[in-house]
Ligand binder design. Structure first.
Ligand code: AQP
Length: 344
């Protein structure tokens, strides 16, 4: 029971990692008849700006992401779906929270360290330090905390890659509560997703990602069977005979097992046992079929919904209204606590 909040960036067509690491879990939460929780899912446009975006493409991606969330099974009559960038309460709260968050805590975020390292590698000749990266990239974990806390959410279903950010959100909530002698914010907990991390098909040391340069590294919601087949067939594995689940020693092979387990809703060690004496050819062929089976229906629905602009606008409008009615109450209380209540 309580409030569940999660979000996704409108940075392109969602991929299999988003599906298995986030969407499937969101839909399960929605369909859990025993749950009384309020579910809130947001398309986080402000976050997308942390990396350069083409404005026209961003507008399309925003629209497509809404269609994607509905096509994977989220029902706007049961859950709140809205565009974060339409709700100014998030940025207002983020500013307030940034004023109680030490810089050192942001500097410890592995996502920040990874961006810094990537930038250093890309500019090996020149001296790259953090002063050359944008401030939004540094502070967005605070915006993420504000996204969650604006709804006083206590449960956050995200992939394993987001765990450290959620710890920061908890820390920020606790600091606010102690600073202003309140219990306004619950300390949000992570809901562990079974398919924690789907890796790139081309570089299984990094996660599958919308913004990776190599389009062969990810399977998109829009990929048809031939594309799924060619991407899985070309997935990087290893030359060791037999199949074992060994994420550290055999990341590519283990990733295929994780994908198969995720698509068929089975335990990965059970799947690995079944393939012990089989080869990569058989494993890849079965992964192709399982991915196609999983994506077939949402893909068809997505292609249909993308064109239903009026319907999508009405979902977005109604979701925003419901979201703001919650966040405005939180912000009114926050303003009262910090001494900035709006005067009549
Ligand atoms: N590879 C993944 N495996 C499991 N879960 C994943 N998620 C993302 N990639 C994987 C989960 O999907 C949700 C939405 O993520 P996001 O789009 O907001 O941001 P992200 O984590 O940065 O995802 P991408 O695809 O890598 O986007 P870009 O490239 O634009 O940064 C989150 O719950 C995330 O855990």
């Amino acid at each position: 029971c309580g409030t569940v909040f999660s979000g996704i960036q409108p940075t392109g067509i969602p991929h299999l990692g988003n599906y298995l690491g986030a969407f499937s879990n969101w839909v399960k939460l929605q369909n859990d008849a025993s749950s009384q929780s309020q579910l809130i899912f947001s398309i986080v446009g402000w976050h997308a700006l942390t990396l350069p975006q083409n404005p026209k493409e961003l507008l399309h991606s925003r629209h497509d992401m809404l269609a994607a969330l509905i096509s994977v099974g989220l029902d706007p009559s049961k859950v709140i779906i809205f565009h974060q960038d339409q709700n100014p309460d998030h940025v207002e709260l983020a500013w307030i929270l940034s004023c109680i968050t030490p810089i050192g805590k942001l500097r410890r975020m592995t996502t920040w360290k990874a961006r810094l390292a990537a930038s250093r590698n890309a500019n090996a000749e020149s001296e790259v330090d953090e002063s050359m990266l944008n401030t939004g990239l540094f502070t967005y974990p605070i915006l993420q905390a504000a996204d969650i806390l604006a709804y006083r959410a206590n449960l956050v279903p995200v992939g394993e890659d987001q765990q450290q950010h959620l710890e920061l959100s908890r820390d920020i909530a606790d600091t606010f509560n102690r600073t202003y002698h309140t219990d306004l914010f619950p300390l949000p907990q992570h809901i562990i997703t079974p398919s924690k991390r789907i890796l790139s098909l081309k570089d299984p040391t990094s996660k599958m990602s919308k913004s990776a340069v190599d389009v062969q590294s990810r399977i998109l919601l829009t990929d048809e069977y031939p594309q799924i087949r060619s991407k899985i067939r070309a997935a990087v594995t290893d030359s060791i005979a037999g199949i074992t689940y060994d994420p550290a020693g055999r990341p590519g092979t283990s990733n295929l097992l994780t994908i198969l387990a995720g698509c068929t809703d089975t335990n990965v060690s059970d799947v690995a046992k079944r393939y012990e004496t089989k080869g990569h050819g058989q494993l890849k062929a079965d992964v192709v079929e399982a991915v196609e089976e999983l994506l077939k229906a949402p893909r068809t629905e997505f292609n249909k919904l993308r064109g239903e602009t009026k319907y999508l606008a009405s979902v977005s409008e109604s979701g925003l209204g419901k979201a703001r009615s919650i966040s405005q109450r939180t912000l009114a209380e926050v303003r009262r606590l910090i001494g900035l209540s709006r005067m009549p």
